[in-house]
Write a protein of this length. Structure first.
Length: 199
C-alpha cells in the first residue's frame, strides 16, 4: 500500500514536471504566433495609411499632416477614371488620347473590395483598445531640395497590449539596444523614404 502511494505520488510529480516543461516550451511559441498575427494586421493598416497618403500627395502636392485632414480627404476626394485610346490620326501608334469617363471615390478605390472596412479605422492601432497611430508630415531638405515626408507608427506596447509583459519588455529592449524604433513604422521624418521598417 505504501509503495503504491509513493508510485502514485511520483507519477503526479512526473506529470506536473512534464506539464511545466511543456508549458515553458510552448509559451514563447504561442507568444510569437500571436505577435506575428498582430503584426500582420498592424502592417496592413500601416500600408493603408501609406496608400492614402500617396493619393493625398498626388492630388494636393503634400502629405496630410494629421488624421483629421486625411479622413476628411477620403470622405470626399475623387480620382478620374481615364480611358486611353490610340490616336486615330497617328500612323505610328505612339500617340494616345486620354478621355475622362467618370470619377471614383478615393476611399472606394483603396478599400472598396474589403468587407466591413471603414476608412475611419485607419487612425486606430489594432489590438490596442483605442490607441491612435502617431502620424506626422512635414518637409525636409535633401541636396538643396525640399522633400515632403510623412511617418506613421505604432509602438509594441500598443498592439501587444495584454500579452506577456516581460516578453514585450524584452522585445522593446532588444530594439532599443540596436537603436531601432521599438514598434512598427512606415515612412520617416528624417529620410525621404516611404518604406516600412518591416520591409
Amino acid at each position: 500500500m505504501k509503495k503504491t502511494l509513493i508510485q502514485l505520488g511520483l507519477f503526479v510529480v512526473i506529470v506536473a514536471l512534464g506539464y511545466f516543461v511543456y508549458e515553458s516550451i510552448m509559451e514563447p511559441v504561442r507568444f510569437n504566433k500571436e505577435k506575428q498575427q498582430r503584426e500582420k494586421v498592424v502592417i496592413e493598416r500601416l500600408k493603408d495609411i501609406r496608400s492614402s497618403q500617396f493619393i493625398f500627395k498626388q492630388l494636393t502636392g503634400a502629405y496630410a499632416p494629421d488624421f483629421d485632414t486625411l479622413i476628411s480627404f477620403l470622405k470626399v476626394a475623387e480620382i478620374p477614371v481615364v480611358k486611353i485610346i490610340p490616336d486615330p490620326n497617328d500612323t505610328t501608334y505612339t500617340l494616345t488620347i486620354n478621355d475622362t469617363v467618370g470619377y471614383i471615390k478615393v476611399a472606394d478605390s483603396l478599400f472598396g473590395r474589403r468587407d466591413n472596412f471603414k476608412y475611419t479605422q485607419l487612425t486606430t492601432v489594432p489590438y490596442s483598445g483605442g490607441i491612435l497611430f502617431n502620424m506626422l508630415a512635414d518637409t525636409i531638405e535633401r541636396g538643396g531640395v525640399e522633400v515632403h515626408v510623412f511617418e506613421a507608427k505604432a509602438p509594441f506596447t500598443s498592439f501587444l497590449k495584454g500579452m506577456n509583459e516581460q516578453a514585450v519588455i524584452n522585445i522593446i529592449a532588444k530594439f532599443e539596444d540596436i537603436e531601432k524604433y521599438p514598434g512598427l513604422r512606415v515612412g520617416s521624418m528624417t529620410e525621404p523614404s516611404t518604406d516600412g521598417n518591416w520591409e
